[in-house]
Design a protein around this ligand. Structure first.
Ligand code: PGA
Length: 249
């Protein structure tokens, strides 16, 4: 089984001083957790600073978003090529906050994910249902449709990571039950099997209020390939505890 990936999504948090301290603390702590894949995804303006700190160690750098086009007149956006040039290995695509705040639909997410792949980045492609969709019994169908719509043609499990993030569990302190996570990850893998030849090897992360207290149970599930961590990634102690609960390769 491949190592689990624990990725920090700092979202629109941290200023330079705190970011440097947090990156240094994670780097220091993660050296002890050899064999687990760890990534930090800071806000774009902090990529250079955080990347400089991480450059000597095992913790990877990631972006939170990239533009669908290679370059050009897109004020305020960041290209996948620039992310790669700044040392990023990963980029989050299709996060539910971008889908909600910026109107990104599956087609946009697919184009961004394709652009990330073209630049040699590993996309962390996010999918997940709203509470309304879960309550109406549509969660698996919604998530399957998102994966089908957001996955670039020809993409393989070796090239990307999928993150299942139920929207109602993000930043709310609510997590999906272990049964729900296991069932959804199995459903995602079934959908992926029709879309990619190596779906058995696809790393499927769980995201949504992962914290030290629930990390071991979630990361202990057979089909969970890691975690995408928001709030708890902003405190080194909490994030390192989650890394400590992950499976090494
Ligand atoms: P959370 O965020 O851990 O704060 O719920 C996860 C995410 O949105 O990636």
């Amino acid at each position: 089984m491949p190592a689990q990936l624990i990725a920090a999504n700092w979202k629109m948090n941290m200023l330079p001083q705190g970011a440097a301290a947090l990156a240094e603390a994670v780097l220091h702590g993660a050296r002890a957790a050899a064999g687990v894949d760890v990534a930090l995804c800071p806000p774009a303006p902090l990529l250079g600073l955080v990347g400089g700190i991480l450059s000597t160690g095992p913790v990877a750098l990631g972006g939170q978003d990239c533009h669908a086009e290679a370059s050009g007149a897109h004020t305020g956006d960041t290209s996948a090529e620039l992310l790669a040039a700044l040392g990023c290995r990963y980029v989050i695509t299709g996060h539910s906050e971008r889908r909600a705040d910026h109107g990104e639909d599956d087609g946009t997410v697919r184009a961004k994910t394709a652009q990330a792949l073209a630049q040699g980045l590993t996309p962390i492609l996010c999918i997940g249902e709203t509470l309304e969709q879960r309550d109406s019994g549509d969660a698996e169908a919604v998530v399957a449709a998102q994966l089908q719509g957001s996955l670039p043609e020809g993409a393989t499990a070796a090239q990307l990571v999928v993150a299942y993030e139920p929207v109602w569990a993000i930043g709310t302190g609510r997590t999906a039950s272990e049964e729900d996570i296991a069932a959804m990850h199995a459903a995602i893998r079934r959908t992926a099997a029709a879309l990619m030849p190596d779906a058995a090897a696809l790393r499927i992360l769980y995201g949504g209020s992962v914290k030290p207290g629930n990390a071991a149970a979630i990361l202990g599930l057979a089909d969970v390939g890691g975690a995408l961590v928001g709030g708890a990634s902003l405190k080194a102690e909490d994030f390192l505890a989650i890394i400590g609960a992950a499976r090494a390769g």
